[in-house]
Write a protein that binds this ligand. Sequence first.
Ligand SMILES: Nc1ncnc2c1ncn2[C@@H]1O[C@H](COP(=O)(O)OP(=O)(O)OP(=O)(O)O)[C@@H](O)[C@H]1O
Length: 268
Amino acid sequence: MSQPPLCRIENLSVTYAGAAHPALDTISLSLARHRSLAIIGESGSGKSTLARRLAGLLPANAATSGTVVWNAGAEVQTDTTFPRSGRDIGYVFQDPGASLNPVLTLGEQVAEGAVRHLGLSWKEALSHARDLLEQVQLPHPSALLKAYSHQLSGGQRQRVAIACAISARPNILIADEATSALDTITQAAITSLLDGLVRESGMTLVFITHDIALASSLADDIVVLKSGQLVEAGKATNVLSNPAHAYTKSLIAAHLDLSTPRLIESVP
Ligand SMILES: Nc1ncnc2c1ncn2[C@@H]1O[C@H](COP(=O)(O)OP(=O)(O)OP(=O)(O)O)[C@@H](O)[C@H]1O
């Protein structure tokens, strides 16, 4: 029997104060456990709004309606506080420079989530941070504990941001355009790191991108947003090989027009 979804979203709408149109317009979808979901769509389609709603990070000027039910169908739902941002959900933002604190050491920043949410002492958490810096494949992790973010490249900073996001061992990792500010080679390396991390740990990954090629390399499932509306959702291979909506076809065609390799062999 298939597992119930980790999260069921029904008729979710989000409207920012003063906006003429909702940023999300009656969206319904399910988030499957232990799978990778890519949310794709052009700029302004509502991808980050959906991710922020999942993580409980919407700003105060956002009015929401509809329901977001976690652990729907679970026999016993004892934990009504789930998911806690930072504990159950880790969030990696687009700009690693902005998400890291320039005046704290990298060790303090990576350890902080474990001190706060796992109840580790600072000594234990710094040892945990060292292991995480190694896990995100940064060289000399012990020395890096005492370094500052300005001493790193953009790709290295994003690895530290990922270590911070997974410090409290969350069930869900949201990567919000986490590779867009990086060059192509570094993008591929970070994508591969995320892929490895979620497969090793069984985390559920929500990956937001406007890049359909990246989505195809990482996602089990794909949701396509356009102007705040969900136009298509399904298994990544199905959506990419047999898109039902003209907008999805145009995203795939735009990718092919750039003479890049085919997303998957069955795309004509
Ligand atoms: N804090 C905010 N206050 C007001 N409007 C906002 C806010 N955040 C987003 N919006 C608006 O909501 C709409 C959806 O924005 P959102 O950032 O969710 O889209 P997106 O698909 O993630 O875009 P991008 O790929 O450019 O990041 C846009 O019209 C945007 O201008």
